[in-house]
Design a protein around this ligand. Structure first.
Ligand code: ARG
Length: 398
């Protein structure tokens, strides 16, 4: 029986050419799989038919938007996941979602190998291959661009030579990856890190400098899960989509950074994640009110590690799974409302309320009604500072 390869298919030039390229290179039949994580653009059925027209023996499309929101974006929100304190992991979250569908398709179609269109320089190749081998250790992985030197020029030549039904002309100056959680833009003139991004690179957000009326939103969380906006129940997907529109209209969630890729290269990235940044900002604030101090302090370390693991492509790893258990436990009391103003590129929290609040007005107040016995602090500080004081006596004497 002819071997089969499952290809992660986007419908674009590179992965369309990959179909025939893989067939020629390996003699295998290619099954194309496209996964909708809310990237927008073309109709999935158009993409499916194109895969068949380009020589795939089978083509499948999966609407994974809800799954992506519930199983991948939600854990990131609960983890306040920001790689290098800034990047909400947009692409890093979609890859494991796609991997899951690729592995399912490989089993269903009896494929021995999974292929993807990544280059050999980025994180996405790692996310695909480490993900696939964690879910199905026996599957092989190939990346034609990296492994068979399928350059852009050669891809265009292949496309024209075989008369594939793909436009080879409209080449974007950027490499763009987008999904419902955000958008990543790299390459082109952005590779000069002194060049500022032009308005052209943004699609999910309006220019924050444009004068406009502020918007105010109340986000309700239940155990760390966003469940309502302005009192109207929403799914996680709807929360992200609606906040993409509302926060995006005020330019919230634009990020311009130089980041450390796993492969060791520093790269310039421009991101926009209006819904993601609004939700994480609100979620962080609700945690400040509802999570006990020691748990909150420790969770910050967990969040950083979680973000690095996910960035590095280890979504399906034992440590990431165990940290998810911790985060779920820590989210037990993260319920309540956050009010925020969306304006001028920022999502600013202006109010919080929660049945689970640990904020005690009578302890915090400086007015009458203060129930805190200030005299207790004197002895506390004496003991708390004792070891430093003893050391200081020794060190200052020398
Ligand atoms: N650097 C980002 C990341 O590693 C974005 C990658 C986007 N991928 C792409 N093919 N443009 O998550």
């Amino acid at each position: 029986m002819t071997e089969r390869v499952v290809l992660a298919y986007s419908g674009g030039l590179d992965t369309s050419v990959c179909i025939g390229w893989i067939a020629e290179e390996t003699g295998a039949e290619v099954v194309a799989v496209a996964v909708d994580v809310g990237q927008g653009g073309e109709d999935l059925d158009v993409i499916r038919k194109r895969a068949l027209a380009c020589g795939a023996v089978e083509a499948e499309v999966a609407d994974a938007k809800e799954e992506f929101a519930d199983e991948y974006c939600l854990p990131a929100i609960k983890a306040n996941a920001l790689y290098m304190d800034r990047y909400p992991l947009v692409s890093a979250l979609s890859r494991p979602t796609i991997v899951k569908h690729l592995v399912d398709a490989a089993h269903k179609h009896g494929a021995t190998t999974v292929a993807h269109g990544c280059t050999g320089k980025g994180n996405d190749q790692v996310r695909f291959e480490a993900g696939i081998s964690s879910l199905a250790p026996d599957l092989k992985c190939i990346a034609p661009v990296r492994d068979y030197a399928m350059t852009r020029d050669k891809a265009i030549a292949f496309c024209e030579d075989k008369g594939l039904p793909i436009a080879t002309s409209k080449k974007s100056p950027y490499s763009i990856d987008q999904n419902v959680f955000g958008r990543a833009v790299e390459t082109g003139f952005l590779e000069d890190i002194w060049n500022g991004p032009i308005e052209d690179v943004y699609e999910y957000t309006e220019n924050p400098a444009t004068p406009r009326e502020a918007d105010e939103v109340i986000i309700t969380f239940e155990k760390g899960v966003p469940v309502a906006l302005d009192g109207k129940p929403v799914s996680v997907l709807q929360a992200i989509q609606q906040l993409n529109d509302r926060a995006g209209a005020h330019g919230v969630g634009r990020i311009d950074m130089v980041e450390d890729r796993l492969v060791g290269i520093k790269s310039r990235e421009v991101y926009e994640s209006p819904g993601g940044i609004a939700l994480i900002t609100a979620h962080q604030e609700l945690e400040s009110v509802t999570v006990e101090r020691e748990l909150a302090r420790f969770k910050r370390q967990v969040e950083q590690r979680w973000s690095e693991l996910v960035y590095d492509g280890l979504w399906f790893s034992p440590l990431k799974r165990a940290l998810d258990g911790f985060i779920d436990e820590a989210s037990e009391h993260v319920s309540g409302d956050i009010r925020m103003t969306l304006h001028g590129g920022r999502a600013v929290v202006t109010g919080r309320r929660s049945q689970q609040s640990l904020y005690d007005f009578n302890l915090a107040t400086y007015d009458s009604g203060d129930t805190f016995d200030q005299s207790m602090s004197k002895g506390f500080i004496e003991l708390f500072g004792m070891s430093s004081k003893i050391a200081a006596k020794r060190d200052l004497a020398q």
